[in-house]
Design a protein around this ligand. Structure first.
Ligand code: HSE
Length: 442
């Protein structure tokens, strides 16, 4: 008897999932023990690249999540609603859920996992972060013997593509974005990607798994790449860096990773100067990567395609295989009464992690200033930084822009709050015309 799967959505990812399920040969044997029972679509008659029997297609998504015959519901429609409500209904009906929906999980994880634990079902989300890269299961299982110090990721393919193209062509953000939209690499409304929101959802999910606490999304600092200019990329290059949109979750610098869970966590997304020899510096174009530092393992990096039909479907199907394995072995009888919770697959934390304020972050900074070309300007800058305890690693004046001198400063590690105090002082200097960019340095 095959376990019955209901698929919500037959777009890019849904089609990828159906394709794998329709051709199980040569893949995991458990794929032979699941069948695509119903598929929810928006339009029945839409031309498709996949042949799905018309009798299993329906536009009634509610009928799928309440279908008593189904064992598992796969949600790949995306967006917040009706995805969230459909997931909750499926759970209430005693169905396991596989979702690729980072936006729903990052915002409603608390509600969804509480409901799932009560109902004795699993909500699996390998596809929600970094597409085809297996990172959820390693964090839940394979790295369990470690204390995690940091998770640093390039989690958004669109922005990584744009930054790579900017770096390779010397052109500015707006031009490359337009080109990426024409090529279909960037959405018509690119906000979620270029403003760091998509990466914010993903790092909140990874932080939660790596450090064992729920994350309030509005406490995650999310800064995108709109303000990164071709000039910054050129200066970064000269200084030995590339610019990447990094998503970081880590125990704050100077805090030991010890017996107890960390008192506070840093969870943030921002464009960052990454040293050219750093493993993440060479992750280009639409690729994603996640570098995890753990004790005693050390560094481990996961690299691969972060989006697309095949890679995302690969992650969805890995979750389906896990669930079918449980159903087959009888570890879950799929009823709330038995309420067997597999400790490696269920969500086991219920508290919210404390997120450290950005002012307390200790990091290096890069800043670019446009100033009058007067004697003593660099001296005044140095004094403002020095009086706030900000130590400078390098100061370069390489050119002029519109008659103004362009000065680039890289600091040593500083408290972000101190750095911003110094910038407030600097903005009051007569010779300072403009501070076009402030970026963090890894
Ligand atoms: N929009 C995402 C990206 C892919 O550009 O990486 C889906 O998460």
């Amino acid at each position: 008897m095959a376990f019955k799967v209901g698929l919500l959505g037959l777009g890019t990812v849904g089609t990828g999932v159906a394709q794998i399920m329709q051709a199980p040969q040569g893949r995991h044997p458990l794929l032979h023990e699941m069948s695509l029972h119903r598929v929810g679509v928006k339009f029945i008659d839409k031309p498709r690249t996949i042949d799905v029997p018309s009798e299993i297609l329906t536009t009634n998504l509610e009928a799928i999540v309440t279908d008593p015959d189904l064992d598992v519901v796969v949600e790949v429609i995306g967006g917040l609603e009706p995805a969230r409500s459909l997931i909750l209904t499926a759970i209430a009906q005693g169905k396991h859920v596989v979702t690729a929906n980072k936006a729903v999980i990052a915002r409603y994880g608390d509600e969804i996992f509480t409901a799932a634990n009560e109902a004795g079902v699993y909500v699996m989300l390998e596809a929600a972060v970094a597409g085809g890269i297996p990172v959820i299961q390693p964090l839940k299982q394979s790295l369990g013997g470690n204390r995690i110090r940091s998770v640093t990721g390039i989690l958004n393919g669109t922005t990584n593509y744009i930054l790579t193209q900017m770096q390779q062509s010397g052109r500015d953000f707006a031009e490359i974005l337009q080109e990426a939209q024409a090529l279909g690499y960037a959405e018509a409304d690119p906000t979620a990607d270029v403003d760091g929101l998509d990466a914010g959802d993903k790092i909140a999910i990874l932080a939660s798994l790596a450090f064992g606490g729920r994350i309030k999304l509005d406490q995650v600092h999310r800064e995108g790449i709109r303000q990164v200019s071709a000039a910054d990329i050129t200066y970064a290059e000269k200084l030995g860096f590339v610019i990447k949109l990094l998503a970081v979750a880590q125990v704050p610098t100077g805090h030991t990773v010890g017996d107890a869970p960390p008192a506070q966590l840093e969870v943030r997304v921002h464009p960052t100067l990454v040293p050219k020899l750093h493993p993440l510096a060479s992750v280009n174009d639409v690729y994603n990567a996640i570098l995890i530092e753990a004790d005693p393992l050390g560094q481990v990096m996961f690299l691969g395609p972060g989006a697309g039909a095949g890679p995302t479907a690969s992650a969805v199907v890995s979750d389906l295989i896990n669930i079918v394995a449980l159903l087959k072995s009888g570890l879950t009888a799929n009823t709330p009464e038995t309420n067997i919770i597999h400790p490696l697959l269920a969500c086991s934390h219920h508290h919210y992690a404390q997120i450290a304020p950005m002012d307390a972050l200790v990091t290096r900074f890069y800043a670019r200033f446009l100033t009058q070309d007067h004697p003593g300007v660099i001296g005044h800058l140095g004094t403002c930084f020095g009086s706030r305890g900000v130590s400078l690693e390098s100061v370069v004046q390489t050119g002029f822009q519109d008659g103004l001198a362009e000065i680039v400063v890289v600091t040593h590690d500083v408290r972000e709050g101190d750095f911003h105090q110094a910038l407030t002082d600097i903005r009051h200097l007569d010779a300072i015309n403009h501070i076009p960019s402030i970026l963090r340095v890894l």
